[in-house]
Design a protein around this ligand. Structure first.
Ligand code: FAD
Length: 418
């Protein structure tokens, strides 16, 4: 089967490996000149610091100091350890610097013979259904037909910026973490950071070392939540900007803010998809069976949409599963059955009052999800250490969001960690 993969990040690379293991004829389209996706650090930033309509979009969202927020033994693909015998080094930190993840992915691409399958600097501009196949156009090729396509274009590139009343009149600087590289320019400033996920934690801590003051805002805080162990004051989500001040729901006002940083996540986008069979509504990509396959087009898969997961092992199993769907070893339910399952799942989300933009969140359901795919495609289930280490890493991060990376942990996987 002639199969296209869009993107040569972690999801695209492991998809290419699984497709070739299953004997498919593969072409990987990669818009940049190298593998690694989000792990290819780009020092430049965009001219629109909120990343909404930059004249030259920057793909990666890494900052200089970033270390992984997962231990490398947990991050590794199932059968490619993140140590000397696999794609890493036994002596690397357990939560390594971002440059080490790129090395790991480059070695993966090399060791599994994926590089010759990749057409670098070929951005997919159009992906359109043509009868039961897909036509791909790039800047150099037009309507090349494929029997199936795996979309692996990532979802950490287009900043999500919530609308805060009065923002247009804010007298300070606004930026999204996508365009944050290091704390130098914030020396002596009064900075507010919005967001409590990994980037919010890291950036708040880093800036607090040089800024006059950092105010850390998030919906998990209330006014009077106190301060962090470093004395950083905590605030809820701001109600509005007023000139250079920030106003909070309980009437608290913080004046003279120089910089406001949004650490508010990213949006899923598929600008090349010329089909209305899949749409994105408030960061929910639908309708998709098992968060991957649109019932109308069972020869299309989106690899890597779930979040709050351990990404590489999850991509790995999705790729194994879909490669076997394409060989016929895994048989999909009928279109109407898939539609029904999707509707039932959505009804459950609605009943549980889950917000639409959380529909792809897997969190504690991820091992069940991966094992569900594994059973269907006759691959090994996730080993016990995986669930244990995932839980331990999560607890360690929550218990000490600032220093968890250097704390010892009890469980480990087959990767050598010192
Ligand atoms: P990406 O890495 O984004 O790759 C997508 C690829 O598709 C890119 O190479 C891109 O150039 C290409 N592409 C896009 N559009 C097109 C097109 N139209 N045509 C051709 N090519 C295209 N995960 C962890 O496991 N541990 C961590 O510690 C961790 N930290 C993170 C920190 C930050 C700041 C961010 C943003 C993410 C982090 N992640 C982490 C998650 C990370 O995104 C995943 O681990 C993973 O690398 C995503 O891989 P991907 O292949 O899905 O997407």
């Amino acid at each position: 089967m002639k199969v296209a993969v869009i993107g040569a990040g972690a999801a695209g690379l492991v998809s290419a490996r699984e497709l070739s293991r299953n004997g498919h004829d593969i072409t990987v389209f990669e818009q940049s000149g190298q593998v690694g996706g989000v792990w290819v650090y780009q020092p430049e930033t965009e001219d629109d610091l909120l990343g909404q309509s930059p004249s030259r979009p920057v793909f990666s969202s890494l900052y200089d100091s970033l270390r992984t927020n997962l231990p490398r033994d947990l991050m590794a693909f199932q059968d490619y350890t993140f140590d000397t015998k696999g794609g890493g080094d036994d002596h690397w930190l357990r939560y390594p610097h971002h440059s080490k993840v790129l090395i790991y992915l480059e070695r993966f691409a090399n060791d599994f013979g994926i590089l010759p399958l990749i057409r670098f600097n070929e951005k997919v501009e159009r992906l359109a259904p043509v009868e039961d196949r897909w036509a791909i156009s790039t800047q150099t090729t037009k309507d090349v037909l494929f029997d199936a396509v795996l979309v692996c274009n990532g979802h950490y590139s287009k900043p999500r910026v919530p609308d805060i009343p009065g923002m247009d009149g804010f007298e300070g600087l606004t930026l999204h973490s996508h365009n944050y590289r290091n704390s130098k320019v914030f020396e002596g400033k009064r900075v507010a950071v919005l967001g409590t996920a990994s980037s919010g934690v890291d950036i708040t801590r880093e800036i607090s070392e040089v800024a006059e003051t950092v105010y850390w805002c998030g919906d998990i805080f209330t006014s009077g939540s106190g301060v962090t162990s470093r004395g950083i004051p905590l605030y809820p989500n701001p109600l509005c900007f007023n000139g250079s001040s920030l106003e909070f729901p309980d009437g608290v006002v913080v004046p003279d803010i120089d910089v406001f940083i949004f650490c508010t996540g990213y949006e899923y986008q598929f600008p090349f998809l010329a089909s209305d069979s899949v749409t994105v509504t408030d960061n929910w990509v639908h309708p998709l069976y098992l968060d991957m396959v649109p019932p109308e087009h069972p020869n299309l898969a989106f690899i890597g949409l779930p979040y709050l997961v351990i990404p590489f092992p999850l991509f790995d199993m999705q790729a194994r599963w879909f490669s076997k769907v394409l060989t016929g070893a895994v048989v999909l339910p009928s279109r109407s059955e898939m539609d029904k399952m999707i509707r039932e799942r959505e009804a459950k989300f609605v009943e549980q009052k889950i917000k639409t933009h959380h529909y792809h969140k897997l969190a504690e359901k991820q091992t069940d999800y991966i094992n569900h795919l594994a059973r269907q495609c006759c691959e090994p289930l996730m080993p016990d250490w995986f669930g244990r280490l995932a839980l331990e890493a999560q607890k360690s991060r929550l218990a000490d969001p600032e220093y968890f990376r250097d704390k010892p942990m009890k469980f480990h996987g087959p990767t050598v960690v010192i």
